[in-house]
Design a protein around this ligand. Structure first.
Ligand code: PLP
Length: 398
């Protein structure tokens, strides 16, 4: 049987974890995998989640099945977090999923069932996980213009021009905030213009939101999604709680459907649960139950928001500090984009060869496409790291 198989391509981002762990150099710097890190390099459990887990252990009376929809208190709370506390939820249906990936996968399966001939458009570049998930469902895929590697900003006009070539009924995958891997996001006016194009051309927005609260703030990071919701007749959303609740390994996410009518949403949601049933049966309970407890208790929610805001501010200040250090080391404002962008990631503009040299010569680990995780920058050694980047990348024009 297995003699027919060829070795699988290793996941390049996950492979970095092992390489980093095995590197004996004490001053090594991990800017690779996309997890938040505090100043001590730890990925902490949120205090509010720890307390919610304590309550869960004390109060949970049964571990009987909840069914493919998962914890409905959790999904109700996530819908509020995404769409706002006063949103009209009559056309919204949601189910709990194993992480954001589970949400993406089940929604893609649903869309394939609804319209197998549709093409899904993804930004150029996008998070590499998208391509594998789309391939697994068999939907055709194309990319739309998104990031300008010269200016490090969104190529908004080119993006709109690409999307105007899509056929009615095609699907457009959008990063809700903190674009991975570039850190370059649309502003609110651009979201509005985009929503017009999506509506005019009958394209289905598919918003992947995995970093709410880590860009500009909890409300601000959902503003694009909310402006699309206010305008379009139909949309889907894949939400992840991995980063903003720190529950990575517990696998917590939600798949959300907005149909034209409440009746259509109901039918689509039932089909979504069918897809979930055939893929993984039911989502794991623990992490989602902890998130529900946090979101439904005013005290814990306040603690969670404060901790999340602290993480966000730390990343904004690391961005500023690193951009300034890069300016000092290069005598150029070329790297100012690092301070301008938001979320965990920026693309620093390194080739695969330069990424390899940074690792070999300076023990600085980043993803092959030049993506850096700003949360991994060592606060006290920003000039040292910036010097290594400038040495390897070469001095940009002043
Ligand atoms: C853009 C994006 N979407 C989805 C995910 C998946 O998140 P999860 O770990 O919850 O499956 C990630 C994780 O890195 C991501 O960056």
């Amino acid at each position: 049987m297995f003699e027919t198989l060829t070795p699988a391509q290793p996941d390049k981002i996950l492979a970095l974890i092992d390489l980093f762990r095995e590197d004996p150099r004490t001053r090594k710097v991990d800017l690779g995998i996309g997890v938040y890190k505090d100043a001590a390099g730890r990925t902490p459990v949120f205090g509010a989640i720890r307390e919610a887990e304590r309550r869960l252990l004390a109060d949970q009376e049964s571990k009987s099945y909840l069914g493919p929809v998962g914890d409905v208190g959790f999904t109700r709370a996530i819908v509020k977090l995404l769409f706002g506390p006063s949103a009209d939820t009559s056309r919204i249906r949601a189910c709990q999923t194993p992480g954001g990936m589970g949400a993406l996968r089940t929604l893609l399966q649903l869309l394939h069932r609804a319209k197998p001939e549709a093409t899904i458009w993804t930004p150029q570049p996008s998070w590499p996980g998208h391509a594998g998930l789309i391939a697994a469902t068999g939907l055709a895929t194309r990319s739309y213009a998104y990031f300008d590697a010269e200016t490090h900003d969104v190529r908004f006009d080119a993006m709109i021009a690409s999307l105007k070539t899509a056929a009615p009924g095609d699907i457009v995958l959008l990063h809700g905030c903190c674009h991975n891997p570039t850190g370059a996001d649309l502003d609110l006016a651009q979201w509005g213009e985009l929503a017009d194009v999506l509506t005019d051309r009958a394209l289905l927005p598919f918003i992947d939101i995995a970093y709410q609260g880590l860009g500009e703030g909890l409300e601000q990071d959902a503003a694009g999604l909310r402006s699309v919701f206010a305008q379009v007749p139909e949309m889907v959303v894949a939400a992840s709680c991995s980063k903003n609740f720190g529950v990575y390994r517990d696998r917590v996410g939600a798949a959300v459907i907005v149909g034209r009518t409440s009746g259509q949403s109901e039918i689509a949601a039932a089909q979504l649960l069918g897809a979930a049933r055939s893929l993984y049966s039911m989502p794991p309970d623990h992490g989602a139950a902890a998130v529900r407890i946090v979101l439904s208790d005013a005290g814990l929610r306040g603690d969670w928001e404060a901790e999340l805001e602290g993480m966000r501010r730390r990343m904004v200040s690391l961005r500023l500090g690193f951009a300034e250090a890069l300016q000092r080391q290069s005598n150029s404002t070329h790297f100012a984009f690092v301070a301008r962008q938001r979320g965990m990631f920026s693309r620093i503009g390194a080739t695969a060869d330069q990424v390899y040299r940074l690792r070999k010569e300076h023990a600085i680990y980043l993803v092959e496409d030049g993506r850096i995780n700003v949360a991994g920058l060592p606060e006290q050694r920003l000039d040292e790291v910036a010097r290594a980047f400038v040495t390897v990348l070469g001095k940009p024009p002043a």
